[in-house]
Design a protein around this ligand. Structure first.
Ligand SMILES: [Zn+2]
Length: 456
């Protein structure tokens, strides 16, 4: 398809105004941007999977880097070194402004965006005088490790309030510190969001540019989007979108999944992680969880471990699978439909997932071998304790073990074109509180075979 300069963009824009046939370019760009975003900058947990898409976009982006700066400047994290005057990038300034409802934190005057100053509640100059700093922290009942450059000590202020700090009483400062602490997580979330939005915006521009100069046709764009639109129905309940179970999981909504709040109870308690120095960090989104675990934090108590596994690790694992999954071309699980209740097809090795003390290799072979769960029932006295159409719980008394397996979705997870079964697999000793949960991919590559556990 030939592509004279500018014409497709114009045509598509007219289409998006509703006069011509869909799809509108704007709509496509929104979706394309989402694909591009996950392709170019995958969340660390997903890794770089689809190299082809990566290369395609890299080329596209490079082709236009001459007149577009696609790399978001890595203006970074707040410096924790003392002396230099702290600088703030535009993302932070906007985040403070929005998190505080566009008002001065001291006098509540509404502020225009370009009218805000980012203010250190406890003066930045205290960094140069340790004695005075400790005295001041003490006055406010703050820990001596309190970071004066952290979001908990920063608020947006009008020029007047920022300029006249002598008028700030201890009580007033204390109040504003409470507000800052309250808003800190929100500011952090917004900074991350603005950075991502910015990157997507620039990518969209690059794509418009590519179409504009004929580097890519709008047909190619549409085909690409269609080929990469991956939405998979979910059978199992995954707490990705707050309290609402969702019926499907898709590529396009990664950012939403990663940023939605997840609490461990109805009181909106975040998950508390600990590090080796006994410091704690509270997390309530998948992104925060990833950041924290990367920084060496982990769930400590049995209850926290269970919450971490069930509410954070498990959805991340599902997203990771979705990120590489394809729409299957063939299926040996659809007609006739088979699933977790077909015990003669389910590998007995799944019991190993729940086992606290994995048996010796000979024992594994003897007990599980390439047996099915049905074999365990017939030969080793395993029992079905509960079952529903998509889940089943089985006990293996001899080994003091139980497993729970439940279907989550059906996709081609390993890229061989054949539909796989994605399941929750949980287990542990029948007597005891230890529980392990994993997301397992079960492959079935012919109508005569059992399921096999797929190791990514
Ligand atoms: Zn003010």
């Amino acid at each position: 398809m030939t592509n004279p300069k500018s014409k497709p963009v114009k045509a598509a824009r007219e289409a998006s105004c509703g006069r011509m046939q869909p799809p509108g370019l704007d709509d496509i760009l929104v979706r394309f941007g989402e694909c591009a975003k996950t392709a170019i900058d995958p969340c660390p947990a997903f890794g770089v999977k689809d190299r082809q898409i990566m290369v395609y976009f890299r080329d596209l982006v490079l082709a236009f880097s001459g007149h577009l700066s696609v790399n978001v400047a890595a203006q970074g994290r707040i410096s924790t070194t003392a002396m230099a005057k702290q600088k703030f990038n535009g993302f932070e300034r906007r985040a403070f402004w929005e998190a505080h409802n566009q008002c001065c934190a001291y006098c509540s005057t509404p502020l225009p965006y370009d009218g805000i100053e980012i203010d250190h509640i406890l003066a930045e100059s205290l960094l140069n005088d340790n004695e005075l700093k400790l005295k001041s922290l003490n006055e406010h009942g703050l820990d001596q490790n309190f970071d004066l450059t952290s979001y908990e000590n920063l608020v947006p202020a009008c020029a007047r309030c920022n300029g006249d700090k002598r008028a700030l009483t201890i009580i007033r400062a204390h109040l504003v510190l409470t507000v800052a602490k309250d808003k800190a997580a929100k500011v952090k979330d917004l900074v991350e969001k603005f950075k991502r939005d910015n990157k997507v915006g620039k990518l969209k521009l690059a794509i418009v540019g590519a179409i504009d100069t004929g580097e890519m046709t709008d047909q190619e764009l549409i085909e690409f989007v269609e080929a990469n639109k991956k939405t998979f129905p979910l059978v199992g309940f995954i707490q990705l979108l707050g309290d609402d179970p969702i019926g499907e999981v898709s590529h396009e909504h990664y950012e939403e999944y990663l940023d939605r709040r997840i609490y461990i109870d109805d009181e909106q308690t975040p998950l508390r992680l600990t590090n080796d120095n006994d410091e704690t960090r509270d997390v309530c989104t998948l992104c925060q969880y990833l950041d924290a675990t990367e920084a060496g934090y982990y769930a400590y108590s049995n209850a926290d471990m269970k919450n971490a596994m069930w509410l954070f690790e498990r959805p991340l694992e599902v997203l990771k699978i979705v990120s590489t999954s394809k729409v299957p071309e063939k299926s040996f699980i659809r007609t006739p439909r088979v699933g977790v209740n077909d015990l003669h097809l389910i590998p007995a090795e799944l019991f190993l997932i729940g086992d606290l003390t994995p048996p010796e290799e000979e024992d594994v072979a003897a007990i599980y071998g390439d047996k099915s769960v049905q074999d365990l029932i017939e030969q080793h006295g395993a029992k079905v304790i509960r079952s529903s159409s998509n889940s089943i719980t089985i006990e293996l008394e001899q080994q003091d073990l139980f497993i729970y397996i439940a279907e989550i979705m059906r996709v081609d997870a390993d890229g061989d074109g054949i539909e796989d079964l994605i399941i929750d697999c949980g287990g542990g000793p029948r007597t005891g509180t230890f529980r392990n949960y994993e997301i397992v991919v079960l492959r079935r590559t012919s109508n005569d075979d059992k399921f096999q556990i797929w190791q990514a």
